[in-house]
Design a protein around this ligand. Structure first.
Ligand SMILES: NC(=O)C1=CN([C@@H]2O[C@H](COP(=O)(O)OP(=O)(O)OC[C@H]3O[C@@H](n4cnc5c(N)ncnc54)[C@H](O)[C@@H]3O)[C@@H](O)[C@H]2O)[C@@H](O)CC1
Ligand SMILES: Nc1ncnc2c1ncn2[C@@H]1O[C@H](COP(=O)(O)OP(=O)(O)O)[C@@H](O)[C@H]1O
Ligand SMILES: [K+]
Length: 512
């Protein structure tokens, strides 16, 4: 068993692969062996997370997830802890492994009760209600007892340990199943609720849903035990991204060695009464700090800005003075309606291209531009990355942001496939996808990034990483996108608690 950290990549498996792996392992192991391993891991982690606990409450469902909890309860009771179990199953309907665990808990003398015992902050509660057996159809809404248990677990001041998955969370998506949506309101970061310490012990496989959408809040710290079964025998659904390799700079390098980045965006105040030049400058500043050799900014403000006194290293250019084919172009940040006037030329001439914000909105509303974007995938020397947030992704897919959020992996994969680009679907657990590749889920970052302009910083950082790729192709775009997301989030994770995280400071904190 080990804790999952962001430094190295981890394969993520879906329910189907986990089931196949479980069935294969069950056939080659003695009866109940897998559940015994799961329960030992669960009991060990419970004691490590709450070494001063006097009481533990284990809420156990009627399936095998409950079976893990029942057997862990027996082990914890035998270790001298004051253990209470609430079991929602019945011996008549219990699957064989869980029934065996129920007998073990009975034989050990574990206390069974319907209501949770009083728990203090040093105590522990265990969610063993639902795992990968969660059914998501509208006919499977949870009953009142199950929901009462879940609300009591989430409201508790004791540390919460989820067995395999937070109950109600869909393993493949990180979205709450129908009937469980209200649990999102008890996520520990939601205003007005206390900050509960949460952990999840993933069994057999790491599930994608732990790391994106509601998964991060629901799961807390993620631990993994493979139960002695090699998950590598089954293909993953996605990868949790690891730290990008540090870039080496030859001593004999010059500003031309790391590529030019040209940022196009920043509609002026005069056009629609909304000055957005800051967005373009943020992206450019990020590219500069990320180590791009030269960074140019073409503001779409009709020439209103003559100089950028705060950022003298950035070079102002008129759009028509840019050499689009030679620079890595970052287009769209604060682009407003004005970006529509340049997009056709950008899509035609730029080799390495990052499209963000209003560039994406404009393409979503214009079938000719969309076709032009898709056509880039068959042109040699083109590398394209898109950085939509969920609403921008929804516009491109012709759906709603709720539908995108309900299955972020599939939305990102679909968009990448349709447009032949690398796609970063931003948000909690950003998904990086590209056609024909397994998506990456980014493990770094936190809600301090949810402030205006941090997306522009990501676009600029991605531009610099794309400029430094050896080849202008899809692999280069995908690698640059994954690396940029990781670094962007890692900066936020290391941000001093007492200092405001603003987009301009974030850009300046980037290192090559
Ligand atoms: N069989 C074994 O030996 C092993 C089982 N494991 C555990 O078993 C879990 C899977 O067990 P199961 O397949 O029995 O499934 P679960 O225990 O996850 O779920 C099945 C139970 O949940 C109820 N349920 C399903 N959907 C519901 C809904 N929407 N609302 C209310 N109740 C609902 C079902 O009626 C059933 O009682 C894994 O997540 C893992 O924790 C692992 O420990 C590996 C070993
Ligand atoms: N809760 C979160 N966890 C991790 N990253 C987040 C979170 N909220 C926002 N972010 C990141 O912050 C950035 C916000 O980008 P975006 O929504 O485009 O904002 P803006 O357009 O104002 O710059 C994205 O990189 C996104 O992934
Ligand atoms: K659970």
């Amino acid at each position: 068993m080990h804790r999952i950290t962001a430094d190295r990549p981890h394969p993520l498996h879906d329910c189907a692969a986990t089931r196949a792996l479980e069935n294969q392992a069950q056939r080659s192991l003695p009866a109940h062996a897998l559940m015994q391993r799961a329960a030992h891991a669960c009991a060990r982690l419970a004691r490590a997370l709450a070494p001063h606990a006097q009481r533990m409450w284990l809420a156990c469902g009627g399936g095998n997830n409950g079976g893990d909890g029942l057997l862990a309860a027996a082990l914890l009771h035998q270790a001298g802890l004051d253990v209470t179990v609430t079991w929602l199953g019945t011996p008549e309907t219990s699957p064989p492994d869980a029934l065996h665990s129920w007998h073990a808990a009975q034989d050990a003398g574990v206390c069974f009760a319907d209501a949770p015992p009083p728990l203090g902050t040093q105590d522990l509660c265990v969610d063993a209600l639902l795992g990968i057996g969660l059914r998501t159809g509208s006919t499977h809404s949870p009953d009142a007892r199950l929901l009462d248990c879940l609300h009591a677990l989430h409201a508790s001041h004791a540390t919460l340990l989820n067995v395999d998955l937070p109950s109600g969370l869909v393993a493949d998506t990180g979205h709450y199943a129908p009937g469980f949506e209200a649990l999102a309101a008890t996520d520990p970061t939601t205003a007005g609720t206390h900050q509960q310490r949460r952990h999840t012990l993933a069994l057999l496989t790491l599930k994608s849903g732990l790391f994106t959408a509601h998964g991060r809040d629901a799961a807390g710290g993620v631990w993994y035990d493979d139960l002695g079964v090699d998950a590598a025998t089954h293909p993953p659904q996605a990868w949790l991204a690891g730290a990008p390799a540090p870039s080496a700079r030859a001593h004999a390098s010059h500003k031309g060695s790391f590529g030019d980045v040209a940022v196009i965006g920043g509609e002026g105040l005069a056009a629609c009464g909304m000055g957005m030049t800051g967005a373009a400058v943020l992206a450019a500043s990020a590219a500069l700090h990320a180590g791009a050799g030269r960074v140019m900014v073409a503001l779409l403000d009709g020439g209103a800005t003559a100089a950028l006194p705060q950022q003298p290293a950035l070079m102002l250019r008129r759009f028509d003075a840019l050499e689009l084919a030679h620079a890595t172009v970052v287009c769209g940040c604060g682009g407003g309606a004005a970006v529509a006037t340049v997009l056709a030329q950008v899509l035609q001439q730029a080799g390495r291209l990052v499209l963000d914000a209003d560039a994406l909105n404009t393409i979503a509303a214009d079938t000719a531009l969309r076709a032009q974007l898709a056509a880039r995938s068959s042109r040699a020397g083109c590398a394209t990355a898109l950085t939509p947030h969920p609403l921008e992704a929804a516009r491109l897919l012709g759906t709603s942001s709720a539908a995108v959020q309900a299955d972020r992996l599939s939305a990102a994969n679909q968009l990448a496939q349709q447009l032949g680009c690398a796609v970063v679907l931003k948000g909690s657990g950003s998904v990086v996808a590209a056609p024909g590749r397994l998506a990456h889920i980014n493990p770094t970052g936190n809600a301090r990034l949810a402030s205006a302009g941090t997306g522009d910083v990501l676009a600029g950082l991605l531009g610099a990483r794309l400029a430094a790729q050896p080849r202008a192709d899809l692999d280069g775009a995908f690698a640059a996108a994954s690396a940029a997301c990781w670094q962007h989030g890692a900066l936020a994770d290391a941000w001093p608690a007492h200092q405001a995280l603003t987009a301009d400071r974030l850009a300046q904190a980037i290192t090559p």
